[in-house]
Design a protein around this ligand. Sequence first.
Ligand code: ADP
Ligand code: MG
Length: 340
Amino acid sequence: MPRRSIQELSSQLISQIAAGEVIERPASVVKELVENSVDAGADRVEVRIEGGGLQRILVSDNGCGIPKDELSLALKRHATSKVKSLEELEHVVTLGFRGEALASIESVADLRIQSRTPEANQAWQIHEGAVEPAPGMEPGTRIEVKDLFYKTPARRKFMKSESTENAHVVTQLERIALANPSVSLTLFTNGRQTMRLERGASHAARIADLMPKDFRGASREVDAQSGKWRLTGLIGLPTISRTRTEAQYFFVNGRFIRDRVMAHAVRAAYEDVLHGQAQPMYCLFLELPPDEVDANVHPTKTEVRFRESGRVHQFVTQAVKAVIAPPLSSDEGRPAFADS
Ligand code: ADP
Ligand code: MG
């Protein structure tokens, strides 16, 4: 093939390429939008999806809103209100920080933002670059995404059935809900309410709402600390193990992660009480100083890197083991006939 000259990609194409990584399916849009609502301090989030989310996704929140003069910036790639410097990036506590989600979504769908800050006397909206008043809205943000992937038909062809896409949305919402018990979450699927989680004070109540029914009576609390590290949550007793991975949730600083090292650390704690392929159920929250964990590994941020991976592994295993299979105390451990 004859050589072609090097060209800069258009910003639209750059966004569409980036969107390929972050926006895999409708559930990815829901995840990004609801995480933005959580970052905005909302304690009430409503999600509406139609046609598996491909036709329409609407996320409304009562968070801090976006001022009128920042609406177009919100849609710009690499524009964010969450970090300003490398220093801040290393201590980031928000779920977002890449300033990519809204730009990515807009490059593959029809996106409309309506928002009102508490100070503003009315809401404003942005759609196809035009900023206009949006009367009759309480403070907060409403983001509507229509016709997902209509601009990138190749991706659209990869979508599964409507019910499968709906199920992915529910999975994403459950993860966010588990980590954010103080946020009330409602989901409407094709106009019908399909999920409603009231806001509560504790993780325990949320976990009870979302984990399988048999988990409730057969789980134990974990609360372990080592220096600045803390592991809390609930773990299932070996009696309610599963034959495949199900209901295994691990959060690092409020973010759901899928990490083989952490999954292994938890499973290792069960090694004496669960045999073969048996899998424990758990919902665990690891908190550690933000500069000891790097969430900037993958665009969807479901992977992290720990500064001291080996020690974190050990801490998690020990903390879980202490609850699930406590070492026999010297009394109990004594052979029955030793003193007689
Ligand atoms: P990021 O979350 O990484 O900053 P996004 O593209 O998701 O990037 O969002 C861009 C910016 O738009 C955010 O930094 C935030 O200032 C603003 N924003 C997005 N969604 C909301 C929301 N629901 N409420 C308030 N502000 C929002
Ligand atoms: Mg975001």
